[in-house]
Design a protein around this ligand. Structure first.
Ligand code: FAD
Ligand code: FES
Length: 588
C-alpha cells in the first residue's frame, strides 16, 4: 500500500489554563490547506512551546497514523478525534510504528525526511485529549508515533504520497526502540543493536547507553537508568529508619559538630558510596518530630558513619543536636542514599566546596585515598576564615597521601591568625575566575557542594570553560530545582501546609522541605499533595512513564494508580502516580 500524507497540521504555542496556572504549549495543531514550506526546525506556521522537550533538528516534525486514530477512537469510545489531535504535524495513512525504522528516509513533496526517534509523550497530550493517562496509554499500547528530521527543505501538501527513499543497514522499528527504553525489559543485545543506528537522536542514544552500561555492570538494581539518574544508586541497605547509637561527639569548629554513629549491636554498618547522605528523624524539645538529611563526612569503609552538622541560627534540628547530642544516645537514621557519588575511572577530579558543603566531598577524598588513587585531584574549599574552616588538618593529611593532589583554600574574611603566606591560601570567595585559573582539564569530573548561589555561579562558569555538563555533579543541601515543563504563573513561595482543613489520612513528610502534611483522598497522587504544599517537584508525564518524578522513598509504603510502565529503583517512588498506604517520608 502506498503511504499518504492525509493531513498537514500546524499551530503556534498558546497558554491554556491548568490547575490554577497556565501551560504554554504548542500541542494544539490544526489541518491546513495548500502547500507549506518545511524547514530544518519547523513547518511554516508551526511552533513548539517547550523546546527542552520538543522541537529542534531531531524533533522537527511529529508524525501520527490514521490507524492509531481508529485504535483510540475504539479504545476510548471517542467519536470526536480530529486530525492534529495528538499534536502531530503529519497525519499519515500507513507508516505503522511497528514497521517504520529509525533511519528510514522518506520523500513527501519536495522535502526529504529521516526518522529520528519515537515521540516522547508528556502531560500536555493528556490535557489536549482530556485524558490524563494518555501519555502512559501511548507507550503501553505501543503506538507512540515518531519524529522526523528534515534532510531536504521544501514544500509539502496534504494528499501527497510518502515515498520511501532508503533504509539504514541496521533496522530497529519505532515501536521496538520505544519499548526498549520505557518497558521493563532492556535486553543487552537489542540495546547494542539500537545504538548502532546512526540516525537515532543523541538524547535517545544517551538513554540507551546508560541502560547498556547498567546491563554491562551486571548490577540488578531495578529502576530505569535510561530515564533518570535517580535510579543509578544501589538499593538502600535497610528499609525505613533504624536506631543508631552516638559513639562520639566532636566539635570541629564553634559551629560544626560531628557525630560518630554505630550500630546498636556493634556490627559494622553497610558501606556507603562516598558522597551519600543519611536522613535522620529526631524528636526535638517541642515534642515535634523532624526529618533532616546529613552527608556522610567520614571514611566510607569505616563500618561506622560520621555526620557533621552546622548549627544554623534559628535552625530546629541543628540547634537541637548541638544542644543535646551525647555519646550513648540513640538516633533514628534511614540507610545512606544519594547519587552525588564519585564516578569511577581515571579522569581528573575537582572537589569544590564552600562552608559545611565540605562534608560529602571530604568522604570522596577518603574514598580516593582508600583506593590508592593516582588521579589528578583538585581540592578547593571556601570558608570565612581559619577558625570557621572545619576538617582543615584532616583534609590536608588526606591530600598528602594522593600523589596527584593540589589544594586551594579561599578565606573570604581572614582573621589575624590566618597564614596568608601559604601558597595554597587565597583571600576571597571561590568564584568562576578562581576556578578558571586552576587550569582544570575539560575532561575533569567536578563535584560541587555549597550554598545554592555558589553552585549556580560555578556551574555556569565551568560550563563556559568547556567542562562537559555530564561531568558536573552538584549536591543541594535543600530542595532540588523544580521541573514543571511549560507551566507558567504557578503559585510561588516557601513550602507550607495546604489551605483549608487538614486531611485525615497518613502523614506525608517532605524531608528536604521540612514539612509534614496529612494525606487526603481528594489528591490523586503524592505529587498533587506536594504541589498543594508548594514543595518543589519534578515531573513531565504525570502518569508513570517518564520517571522525571522519581524520588527517594525514605520510609513507608505506597500503592500505584495507574501502575507505572516500568517500576522505579528499589527505595524510590514515582510520586506522580503513587498514594501512601501509611505514614511516609519522601526526599522532596
Ligand atoms: C542531601 C542533604 C545533605 C545535607 N548535608 C548536610 C551536612 O552535611 N551538614 C549540615 O549541617 N547540613 C546538611 N544538610 C542540611 C540539613 O538537612 C538541614 O537542612 C540543616 O541542618 C538545617 O536544619 P534545621 O532544622 O537546623 O534548620 P531549619 O529549622 O530547617 O531552618 C533552616 C534555616 O532556615 C531558617 N528558617 C526556618 N524557618 C524560617 C522561616 N519561616 N523564615 C525564614 N527563615 C527560616 C532558619 O533560621 C535556618 O537558618 C543537608 C541537606 C540535604 C538535603
Ligand atoms: S512524571 Fe513521569 S513518571 Fe512521574
Amino acid at each position: 500500500m502506498v503511504a499518504r500524507l492525509v493531513a498537514l497540521n500546524v499551530g503556534l504555542p498558546i497558554d491554556v489554563p491548568w490547575h490554577g496556572a497556565s501551560v504554554h504549549t504548542g500541542i494544539w495543531k490544526r489541518p491546513v490547506d495548500g502547500r507549506r514550506l518545511v524547514r530544518r526546525l519547523n513547518i511554516e506556521g508551526d511552533g513548539q512551546g517547550d523546546l527542552a522537550g520538543h522541537g529542534g533538528v531531531h524533533r522537527a516534525v511529529l508524525v501520527y497514523q490514521v490507524d492509531s486514530y481508529r485504535h483510540w477512537a475504539e479504545h476510548l469510545g471517542r467519536a470526536d478525534l480530529t486530525y492534529g489531535q495528538f499534536g502531530e504535524n503529519f497525519t499519515v495513512d500507513g507508516l505503522p510504528d511497528d514497521e517504520v525504522c529509525i533511519g528510514d528516509r522518506y520523500r513527501i513533496g519536495e522535502a526529504v525526511f529521516e526518522v529520528s526517534q519515537p515521540r516522547v509523550t508528556c502531560y500536555r497530550l493528556g490535557i489536549r485529549m482530556d485524558e490524563p493517562q494518555m501519555a502512559a496509554l501511548l507507550v503501553s499500547h505501543r503506538r507512540p508515533g515518531f519524529y522526523l528530521r528534515v534532510l531536504t527543505e521544501g514544500y509539502v501538501e496534504a494528499g501527497e504520497e510518502v515515498i520511501k527513499v532508503s533504509s539504514p543497514s541496521e533496522s530497529v522499528t519505532v515501536a521496538e526502540i520505544d519499548a526498549l527504553l520505557y518497558l521493563h525489559e532492556h535486553p543487552r543485545e537489542q540495546l547494542a543493536r539500537a545504538l548502532r543506528v546512526d540516525a537515532l537522536s543523541p538524547g535517545w542514544k544517551a538513554s540507551l547507553r546508560a541502560l547498556l552500561e547498567q546491563a554491562d555492570g551486571g548490577e540488578a538494581k531495578g529502576g530505569n537508568v535510561g530515564l533518570t539518574t535517580a535510579a543509578s544508586s544501589p538499593p538502600p541497605a535497610w528499609p525505613g529508619f533504624r536506631p543508631l547509637t552516638i559513639a562520639a561527639v566532636h566539635h570541629e569548629t564553634s559551629s560544626v559538630m560531628s557525630l560518630r554513629l554505630v550500630a546498636a549491636d556493634g556490627t559494622a554498618l553497610p558501606t556507603p558510596r562516598p558522597g551519600q547522605y543519611l536522613t535522620v528523624r529526631l524528636v526535638v524539645d517541642s515534642g515535634a518530630t523532624v526529618v533532616r538529611s546529613y552527608s556522610l563526612s567520614g571514611p566510607p569503609s569505616a563500618g561506622d558513619y560520621r555526620i557533621s552538622v552546622k548549627r544554623e541560627v534559628g535552625g530546629i534540628a541543628s540547634r537541637h543536636l548541638h544542644a543535646t547530642a551525647a555519646p550513648g544516645q540513640t538516633i533514628e537514621a534511614a540507610a545512606p542514599r544519594g547519587t552525588f557519588t564519585l564516578a569511577p575511572g581515571a579522569a581528573p577530579v575537582a572537589l569544590v566546596s564552600a562552608g559545611v558543603g565540605v562534608t560529602p566531598v571530604l568522604a570522596m577524598l577518603y574514598g580516593l585515598v582508600a583506593e590508592g588513587s593516582t588521579r589528578p585531584v583538585w581540592w578547593v574549599h571556601g570558608a570565612r576564615n581559619g577558625s570557621e574552616h572545619p576538617f582543615a588538618a584532616e583534609a590536608r593529611g588526606l591530600l598528602d597521601q594522593l600523589p596527584g593532589a593540589r589544594s586551594l583554600i579561599c578565606y573570604s574574611s581572614p582573621s589575624a591568625d590566618d597564614r596568608l603566606d601559604d601558597p595554597d591560601v587565597r583571600v576571597g570567595h571561590v568564584t568562576g575566575d578562581v576556578i578558571a585559573r586552576l587550569g582544570l582539564p575539560t575532561d575533569a569530573h567536578v563535584y560541587l557542594c555549597g550554598p545554592a548561589r555558589f553552585m549556580a555561579d560555578l556551574t555556569a562558569a565551568l560550563s563556559e570553560f568547556g567542562v562537559d555538563i555530564d561531568h558536573l555533579h552538584t549536591e543541594s543541601f535543600g530542595t532540588l530545582a523544580a521541573i514543571t515543563p511549560g507551566v507558567v504563573g504557578a503559585p510561588d513561595g516557601p513550602p507550607r501546609l495546604p489551605e483549608g482543613p487538614p486531611g485525615t489520612g497518613p502523614a506525608v513528610t517532605f524531608a528536604r522541605s521540612g514539612l509534614t502534611a496529612r494525606w487526603d483522598d481528594h489528591y490523586g497522587a503524592i505529587l498533587e499533595l506536594a504541589e498543594a504544599c508548594r514543595v518543589p517537584v519534578r515531573w513531565s508525564c504525570r502518569t508513570g512513564v517518564c520517571h522525571t518524578c522519581e524520588t527517594g522513598l525514605v520510609s513507608g509504603q505506597v500503592e500505584y494508580e495507574p501502575e507505572p510502565i516500568d517500576a522505579p529503583a528499589a527505595g524510590n517512588v514515582l510520586v506522580c502516580c503513587a498514594r501512601p498506604t501509611g505514614d511516609l517520608v519522601v526526599d522532596l
